[in-house]
Design a protein around this ligand. Sequence first.
Ligand code: SF4
Ligand code: ZN
Length: 261
Amino acid sequence: MNGDRKIALALSGGKDSTTAAYLLKKILGVRKDIEFSAITVDEGITGYRPRSIVLARNFCRKMRTDHHLVSFKDLIGWTMDEIAKMDKETIPCTYCGVFRRRCLNLKAKEIGADMLATGLNLDDTVQSILMNISRADLDKLARLGPHSKIQEGLVPRIQPLRTIPEKEVYLYALFNNLKIHDAICPYSERAMRGRYRSIVDVLEKYSPGTRHAILKTYDSIRPALEEIFPQANLHSCKCGEPTLGEKCQGCTLIERLESKA
Ligand code: SF4
Ligand code: ZN
């Protein structure tokens, strides 16, 4: 082993992932021991994803970065549009989040990436913290990224924009003339995250600094949470992806869809 590292950039073409990829390339691109590749997931959302794929591809060309495209259709068997029609009771994002993670992890492993960089910003992070607290899902709360422990079969995630407010990311992208996809997913209306976005916005509006305070609190109690809810060792699902239980979430959702097909 030569000690070189490969960072896979999860690149949707939106402001967050494009800014994260741009900054990582700008700061670490001078290092000869670090290699970059970008991965874009095509969920198959008509009128939304195609344009961002073009922007992601152009960005990679400009930044001289390998670009890999992976689609739900190829890896899961259905596009997100088909899934939304097949299961009208479940919020589309439930499928989308799990399948996107699966696509990114599989592709990152395939290309030999040591870590996967996402564009998660401060607002996203705080929303996730509050969502998990509200659902009493402390187990999940203890394991929100970034990952410090390397788990077999799971490419660890890094989140370079974790402390940066969403609006600042947007401004940075604008000032640096980054071509970003600025559309809203047609399924986002049903997403629970939208409610938490509004709550965090109101808290921040009346008490500026709340987002940073929530993140600071979370980071302070995280070691205690990790002690109470230690990370169980992952094992391999029949599909090869890492899982805590016998079956991974991706396979569980694929089986649910097969029962509706
Ligand atoms: Fe997927 Fe939901 Fe995001 Fe749309 S809003 S891209 S369905 S996670
Ligand atoms: Zn599986």
